[in-house]
Design a binder for this molecule. Structure first.
Ligand code: FAD
Length: 468
């Protein structure tokens, strides 16, 4: 039987990063993945394929809607080839997954393909696809088994027309009318993909606004922009049934006045969140506790109730994000090596990769109000930037919230072109506990979208924005 210092179960961004860091720190490391490709949800059916489709559909939409504004004339019809778009996405995914395999080999990490399940707290059975089971011994184990799409109890997912994000990433046709249940990140990103490709898209959201966990100013602006692009929204609306009749899907819901809303479409994407995944792990055999929401319980060191077993990523509490999982992977590897790492959970950015992109870090205005923190706000509209006008991306704004007395930046919320990248500046500034004035005094290249961050900081400092 092979013995390892560390075994990692699951090869998503949490698991594979943990394995690399363990190997870098000199530990003999194994990684166990039930699928034949490494990379988990993020690389196979999450972040990467969704961004590939967002980018392809963005190019198509630009060609149809905006090329003319830039003086580009195309003679003949601009056609979209969905099959080719999907093939391109598949090759982006496979290259990225191969990259993870390369990293495993480079770091001399043993990769086992099969379902990992605990035999006891130091032994893991690996059930392979050919039915054989191999057992390995591990002094420490890191559980990184991730998550799966959630569902509502009364919805039958046939995975053909009533689908999750996994199927939505590989449709063979553009829906005529795509009904999306859930106005969160995943629903909106995929909704925008198909809207750009020509589908009618309706989003039904139980809460009173889309992206309800983000600052309400972002929800408002994104709703406005997506409505302009043709997406229909039904907020404060509670879905009560989803039925399929041949190729037709009928969604019934109650609006906030308890009036019935009926939507008919040909596809229904259920994107109501994700649930932690521990099926087949046999956590009981190791004595690992799972909480009432299905998550592996961990302490502040991401250690389970069993001393030599840790858990990270989507399968534990906190934001279900790839970069959060990665930070936790590094954190646990370094903890096992006896180091004292740190994660600032308040500074994990959240991004929606629609266009305009939405990005956020730190406290929202709603949270600051609830916590009774006195704050000031600086806002700057993207349309006032030279760079925005040059590219034609005028929607959106940057909003900086700073402590009323100390001027420390407490939250940064932005929507606009390339804000997914711009948010890194806010994270850096906040990690160093910068004040709004600190940001406002840093030179930002002109003309860039990043100038909106400086201008919002100037606005927050003393209402000193220069270009509004
Ligand atoms: P996962 O990536 O879920 O990986 C877990 C792995 O463990 C899987 O490969 C699974 O097969 C394996 N596994 C499970 N049980 C076992 C077992 N018993 N034995 C062996 N293997 C097992 N996040 C972002 O930050 N940015 C984005 O843009 C983004 N876009 C997304 C788009 C979509 C459509 C979806 C669905 C998700 C997106 N996410 C995004 C979320 C992101 O994918 C997850 O937060 C991230 O993958 C979590 O990483 P993880 O390592 O915890 O788990």
């Amino acid at each position: 039987m092979s013995t390892y210092d560390v075994a990692v179960i699951g090869s998503g961004p949490g698991g594979y990063v943990a394995a690399i860091r363990c190997a870098q720190l000199g530990m003999k490391t194994a990684i166990i993945e039930k699928y034949s490709t490494l990379g988990g949800t993020c690389l196979n059916v999450g972040c990467i394929p969704s961004k590939a489709l967002l980018d392809s559909s963005h190019h198509y939409h630009d060609a149809v809607k905006h090329f003319e504004d830039h003086g580009i004339e195309i003679s003949g019809e601009i056609k979209m080839n969905l099959e080719k778009m999907m093939d391109r996405k598949a090759s982006v995914v496979s290259q990225t997954c191969d990259g993870v395999k390369f990293l495993m080999d480079k770091n001399k990490i043993d990769v086992f393909e099969g379902i990992g399940s605990f035999k006891d707290k130091t032994h893991i059975n690996i059930k392979k696809n050919d039915g054989e089971t191999e057992t390995i011994e591990a002094k420490k184990t890191i559980i990184a088994t991730g998550s799966k799409p959630s569902n509502l109890p009364f919805i039958e997912l046939d995975k053909e027309r009533v689908i999750t994000s996994t199927e939505a990433l590989k449709l063979k046709e553009v829906p005529k009318h795509l009904i999306i249940i859930g106005g969160g990140v995943i629903g909106l990103e995929l909704g925008q993909v198909y809207s750009r490709l020509g589908a009618d898209v309706s989003v039904v959201e139980f809460m009173d606004r889309i992206i309800p966990t983000m600052d309400s100013a972002l929800s408002k602006e994104l709703t406005k922009v997506l409505k302009k692009q043709g997406v229909k929204f039904y907020t404060s609306t509670k879905v009560k049934s989803v039925e399929r009749n041949g190729d037709e899907i009928i969604v019934k819901a109650d609006d906030k006045k308890d009036k019935e809303v009926e939507l008919k479409g040909d596809y229904c994407l259920v994107s109501v969140g994700r649930r932690p995944y521990t099926d087949g792990l046999n956590a009981d055999a190791a004595g690992v506790t799972i909480d009432d929401r299905g998550r592996i319980s961990v302490n502040e060191h991401l250690q389970t109730n069993v001393e030599n077993i840790y858990a990270i990523g989507d399968v534990v509490k906190g934001a279900m994000l790839a970069h959060k999982a990665e930070e936790e992977g590094t954190f646990v590897a370094e903890t096992i090596a006896g180091q004292k790492p740190h994660i600032n959970y308040n500074l994990i950015p959240g991004v929606v990769y629609t266009w305009p992109e939405v990005a956020s870090v730190g406290k929202t205005e709603e949270q600051l109000k609830e916590e009774g923190v006195k704050y000031k706000e600086g806002k700057f509209p993207m349309r006032a930037l030279g760079r925005s006008r040059a590219s034609g991306d005028i929607d959106g704004m940057v909003k900086i919230l700073a402590d009323e007395k100390t001027d420390e930046v407490l939250g940064v919320h932005m929507i606009g072109a390339r804000t997914a990248d711009l948010i890194a500046e806010a994270v850096t500034a906040m990690e160093f506990r910068a004040s709004a004035e600190d940001i406002s005094r840093m030179s930002h290249a002109h003309p860039t979208f990043a100038e909106a961050v400086k201008e919002a900081a100037l606005a927050a400092t003393d209402n000193r924005a220069l270009h509004v």
